[in-house]
Design a protein around this ligand. Structure first.
Ligand SMILES: Cc1cc2nc3c(=O)[nH]c(=O)nc-3n(C[C@H](O)[C@H](O)[C@H](O)COP(=O)(O)O)c2cc1C
Length: 291
């Protein structure tokens, strides 16, 4: 067993938010998904207070060694999540971590307060790669904004708060330190790298939203650098992700100081990639799967 800030895990491999739809997987593959769930905890797609339609298409671009997405966080909003998704996600055989995002502290607070009492919810991941409407600044790019946000949410729940760090800063360590000062239980990293593929003929951005986020193997070395840097700067656990495709990749993140890892883009090619990566990792580091 691996303990992740009070959440008991059967192994160190989680999913990265927004890259594995457990409800759709169960619809497509049936209850076998529950019997052979590929992750030791499930991190939901990021939800927001109000429903969002997401960005205009095209939303995906395949790049060398990865993809650029501008999905834009389509989701049913808090009320829709509580009514439709939470009961189904509560049936998963692993702890549920709900990813939340707001454009103000009040919106984050509404989400955390609205979910904290639900027994299905083991903890929260705070997606801070978003602008604060009041300051116009991306919360997760500013230590002071990150610290104040976490501090305000800390008062609302004893359940674990995991801050998802953006790689779009010169140095992620001051942000991670600010999250720790605010009372975060862990940090996860990396979210996607800002990217903007262009159509060579028209010269226009390829994605409907103009730009998006790069993920997949092409970001792995960047993620590893960030994980090593942050793990050396904070004493709370680090969940590492970014381009993990094999047990060997996962072992690199654990060696860089991550306590657990998450699989994202690799699940699009193979929904059971998480299970394979956990198996390969256990073969490589039999001692690494236990704490
Ligand atoms: C299609 C897609 C959707 C994503 N949606 C979210 C999301 O809703 N919330 C979030 O915090 N990260 C989201 N991410 C970022 C991933 O969780 C992860 O941080 C990133 O992709 C790096 O891991 P990977 O290279 O293994 O995919 C998304 C990534 C992709 C590719």
């Amino acid at each position: 067993m691996t303990g992740l800030c009070g959440i008991e895990l059967s192994g160190p491999v989680l999913n990265a938010s927004g890259t594995f739809d457990a409800i759709a997987a169960r619809r497509a593959f049936g209850d076998e998904v529950l019997e052979r769930f590929p992750f030791s905890a499930f991190v939901s797609k990021t939800i927001t207070s109000a429903p969002r339609p997401g960005n205009s298409p095209p939303r995906l671009f395949e790049s060398a060694g990865g993809m650029v997405n501008s999905i834009g966080l389509p989701n049913k909003g808090l009320a829709g999540f509580l009514a439709d998704d939470l009961p189904q996600l509560g049936e998963l055989p692993v702890p549920l971590i709900v990813s939340v995002m707001g454009t103000s502290r009040e919106q984050f607070a509404e989400l955390v307060a609205g979910l904290a009492e639900r027994e299905q919810v083991a903890g929260f991941e705070l997606n801070v790669s978003c602008p604060n409407v009041e300051s116009g600044l991306i919360v997760g790019e500013q230590p002071s904004e990150t610290e104040a946000l976490v501090e305000s949410l800390r008062a609302l729940t004893p359940k674990p708060l995991i801050v998802k760090l953006t790689p779009n800063v010169a140095d992620p360590a001051p942000i991670a330190e600010a999250a720790e000062r605010g009372g975060a239980d862990a940090v996860s990293m990396i979210n996607t790298l800002k990217a903007a593929p262009a159509d060579p003929l028209s010269g226009l951005p390829w994605l409907g939203a103009g730009s998006g986020g790069l993920s997949g193997p092409s970001v792995r070395a960047v993620a590893l650098h960030g994980v090593r840097r942050v793990a050396g700067a904070v004493s709370i656990p680090v969940i590492g992700m970014g381009g993990i495709e094999t047990g060997r990749d996962a072992a690199e993140f654990l060696a860089a100081g991550a306590l657990a890892i998450a699989v994202g883009t690799a699940s699009f090619r193979d929904p059971m990639a998480g299970e394979r990566i956990a198996r390969e990792l256990a073969e490589l580091r039999p001692e690494g799967a236990t704490e």
